[in-house]
Unconditional design. Structure first.
Length: 100
């Protein structure tokens, strides 16, 4: 197929939105499946605002996990909290979201 018609080229996403509408798109600059970073390049070329999410520090992870547990009126066990915070994968916010 034509590169312009692949889902990652975002041909299906409107170039402009009504002022009352907010759209959040999450993508990786590169990944194993799509090493060219096509989606990120298209978003930048369209001039959409970009927010880069940096890797999480252990203290950030502890705070996020504790806050999420608190939403359910719970508190994580300290050993569990430390195990989660020490895992290298949780520096990726997407991994942490899936984990929790």
């Amino acid at each position: 197929g034509d590169a312009e018609s692949t889902p990652h080229s975002l041909y299906w996403l409107p170039a402009e939105f009504p002022s009352s509408m907010r759209v959040v798109v999450s993508t990786l600059s590169q990944c194993r499946e799509y090493p060219t970073g096509e989606t990120a390049r298209v978003l930048l070329a369209r001039g959409y605002p970009q927010v880069v999410v940096e890797p999480l520090e252990q203290e950030d992870v502890r705070g996020l996990v504790s806050d999420l547990f608190a939403l359910n009126f719970k508190r994580p066990d300290q050993a569990l909290l430390e195990t989660i915070a020490a895992a290298p994968q949780v520096s990726n916010p997407m991994f942490l979201t899936v984990l929790l």
